[in-house]
Every structure is written in C-alpha cells, then in structure tokens.
Design a protein around this ligand. Structure first.
Ligand code: IPE
Ligand code: IPE
Ligand code: MG
Length: 228
C-alpha cells in the first residue's frame, strides 16, 4: 500500500553537477526534470500528497547567481510541464512565504496553483522559502493574535494547531537523497511519527525505481505510534 503523504528533501543537485564538471545550476535544471518524473510516478502509485523541499529559508545564504537561478526555476518548470500536470489531473500547491521572491516568480507559482486548483489527483506541494521554525512561529503568532482579539479561546489542541501551519497533514514517509541524514529545518511538527528513508542517490538521478524502493522500505516498517 502506498503511503498517503510523502515528503522529499531533494538534495544533491550541486554534487551531481560537480561530478560532471558542470555549474551547480545544471544540477538544479536536471533536478527540476526529476520533479516531473517523481510526481507522475507518485500519482501512479496512489500517493495523495507529495511535498517537495525546493528552497529553504536558509538557502538565501547561497551566492547571488545561484539564488537568482533558483528563483527562475519555477518559471522554467511550469512552462515546460504545466500542460502535462493539467492533463494528469495534478493539483499544485505550495508551502512557504512566497512574498520574499521576485514578483515574476510569485506570479508563475500563483498561476500554476490557480490553473490546477480544481484537479482531483495528486497534490504536488512545493516547499519554497520554507522553514519549519518560521512556519511554526507564524502559526503561533496568528493564533496569539486571534486570542488577543477575542476571536477564539485559549484552548488550542494539537489537531487545531496543525491548521495554523502551511502543511496540516502528518507525513507518512520522508525521503532524503544524497546521503545527508538531517532535517535541515523541514516539517519538524509534521514528521513526529514519520518513517525516514535515506538514500545516497543524488536528486537528479532519483526516479520511479528509487521511489518504489522507498515505498517498499516503508511497507516493511511496523508503525507503532507509541503502542506495542
Ligand atoms: C538541493 O541540492 C537543491 C537545493 C537546496 C535548492 P543542493 O543544491 O543542496 O546540492 P548539494 O547538496 O550542494 O549537492
Ligand atoms: C535542504 O538542502 C533544502 C532543500 C533541499 C531545498 P540543503 O542542501 O540546503 O541542506 P544542508 O545545508 O545540507 O543542511
Ligand atoms: Mg544540499
């Protein structure tokens, strides 16, 4: 059985390019093609929501030319694949603070979200300018404001707190490529009971076969959620 919600930390684009003597941006370009491959595979396998970590709140630290290429990538990606995503009934959403991106980047993302909003297949959620601590902080501030304004009681439950986050769902399976085994500020709340799958495969080389391996690993786990 396929997990309902899968999240991927798409890592290793830079190393993929370096191995080939190419600029890091070539790795990001190839990595964007992998997004298409993996989204279509996820849809085939019956995954309901696929969350992809594409740009973290810490990635602004990178050299200006790399950041500027990463800002252009959503435009390149949707130009190439939006028609296919529509045909395949895939719904695009995002998690993160879009406002920090250039207006053109915001426009292409909003356009893809609007265009696909009535699709009923896979939800493809791009985590962009996403940081888990920031996400929780924003949620807490919003809740505190509502309480201060008398709009609600100080009676928050775990389930309701989730609704103040960009991603309210618990994640079933988290995959990180490229051999790194850390969370890098990704979905700290949503990963509380998630199964983790780490692979040395670099993101541009990840494909349907690798996704199937991760799902097989997931299916072999005994998820106890604190029980026995
Ligand atoms: C992941 O690949 C893509 C982003 C973080 C935007 P990296 O760019 O981190 O690639 P490595 O880790 O340097 O190989
Ligand atoms: C995490 O990868 C962020 C994304 C994949 C978008 P990084 O390459 O930025 O993470 P660190 O710096 O190795 O922890
Ligand atoms: Mg990296």
């Amino acid at each position: 059985m396929a997990p309902k919600t899968v999240a991927i930390i798409m890592d290793g684009n830079g190393r993929w390019a370096k191995k080939r003597g190419l600029p890091r941006t070539a790795g990001h370009k190839k990595g964007a093609d992998t997004i298409r491959t993996v989204a279509l595979a996820a849809q085939d396998m019956g995954i309901q929501k696929l969350i992809l970590y594409a740009f973290s709140t810490e990635n602004w630290k990178r050299p200006e030319d790399e950041v500027s290429y990463l800002c252009k990538l959503p435009g390149l990606f949707f130009n190439k694949f939006i028609n296919e995503l529509m045909e395949k009934n895939i719904r695009v959403t995002f998690a993160g603070e879009l406002e920090k991106f250039p207006q053109t980047t915001q426009n292409v993302i909003n356009k893809a979200v609007n265009m696909t909003k009535d699709n009923t297949g896979l939800e493809l959620c791009l985590a962009i300018n996403y940081g888990s601590r920031r996400e929780m902080l924003l949620g807490m501030k919003k809740y505190a404001d509502e309480v201060a304004q008398g709009k609600r009681e100080n009676d928050l439950t775990e389930e309701e707190f989730s609704k103040y986050l960009f991603v309210p769902e618990d994640i079933d399976l988290m995959i990180r490529t490229s051999g790194e085994e850390r969370l890098s500020n990704f979905m700290l709340w949503q990963l509380a009971y998630t199964e983790f799958y780490f692979t040395d495969v670099l993101w541009p080389d990840f494909n349907k076969k690798e996704l199937i391996k991760a799902i097989e690993y997931y299916n072999g786990r005994d998820r106890r959620f604190g029980g026995i």
